[in-house]
Design a protein around this ligand. Structure first.
Ligand SMILES: Nc1ncnc2c1ncn2[C@@H]1O[C@H](COP(=O)(O)OP(=O)(O)O)[C@@H](O)[C@H]1O
Ligand SMILES: [Mg+2]
Length: 243
């Protein structure tokens, strides 16, 4: 059984179809990339899957549970590093981690142990006592992802985790994300196609809320007859007709 199954999932904002009849299966332990231009519907999809928005029609099943009728049982098994960061700026790096772990029901001692182990895993130990607002963009993102993972989710949603990061910060984050492979199911959105090639097992491209293609990079190449992910992406998405 797929750990995430979207079935005709749709979201309308007035007459705008932000997500349009999306059906998709994501397998347990997969690192899955959702690609599409700004406004394609990626964040709206993630918001529905994480209970922040209700679908207009259709449904999705997370570990067999409906997001429409069973969100309370779904929430404990997932977490999200959102596009707008969830980090509390005036708390220290360490306290942000402890705080989230406690919200998810870990005891004080467990929360502290987990926070320490996350600091090591994400190479944030030397910044432990600093207020989060002092972190660079790259470190802030690392903290945001550490906060999503400290709760031991089975599924983590990473919405544009490398947006605005410099090349080094992005590579460092890739290195950390690679370490997660297989441990947890990851749904990643990004605009960086290199990132997709470096990290993901499978890819879906959406445009105007509609699914255009899904598969491994090799399958996408076969289906389209194109060699480069960038060409595949451009051929399936509507943009300026100049191309
Ligand atoms: N709360 C909202 N109210 C009205 N329109 C929205 C809202 N959120 C998103 N949209 C619209 O839905 C479409 C998809 O947005 P979004 O899911 O944020 O795209 P992406 O994350 O792929 O850039 C866009 O046209 C956006 O303007
Ligand atoms: Mg978005």
């Amino acid at each position: 059984m797929s750990i995430i199954r979207l079935k005709n999932l749709s979201k309308n904002f007035k007459e705008r179809k932000a997500v349009d009849n999306l059906s998709l299966d994501i397998e347990k332990g997969e690192f899955f990339a959702l690609l599409g231009f700004n406004g394609a519907g990626k964040t709206t999809t993630i918001k529905m899957l994480t209970g922040l928005l209700e679908p207009s029609s259709g449904d999705a099943y997370i570990d067999g549970m409906s997001i429409v009728s069973d969100m309370d049982n779904i929430k404990p098994i997932l977490n999200i590093s959102p596009q707008e960061t969830a980090v509390a700026p005036n708390l220290s790096v360490y306290d942000n981690l402890v705080f989230i772990a406690k919200i998810y029901g870990f005891s004080d001692l467990e929360a502290r142990e987990k926070a320490s182990s996350m600091l090591k895993k994400f190479n944030l130990d030397s910044r432990k006592k600093d207020k989060a607002k002092k972190l660079s963009g790259g470190l802030m993102r690392r903290l945001s992802i550490a906060m999503a993972l400290i709760t031991e989710p089975r599924i983590v949603f990473l919405d544009e985790p490398t947006l605005g990061l410099d090349v080094r910060a992005r590579r460092e984050l890739w290195y950390i994300l690679k370490g997660l492979k297989g441990e947890v199911t990851v749904l990643l959105t990004t605009h960086y196609l290199e990132e997709v090639e470096a990290l993901s097992d499978r890819i879906a491209i959406i445009d105007n809320g509609k699914l255009k293609i899904v598969g491994t990079i090799e399958q996408l190449k076969e289906k389209t007859g194109l060699e480069k992910l960038e060409d595949i992406f451009l051929s399936l998405t509507e943009g300026d007709k100049i191309l």
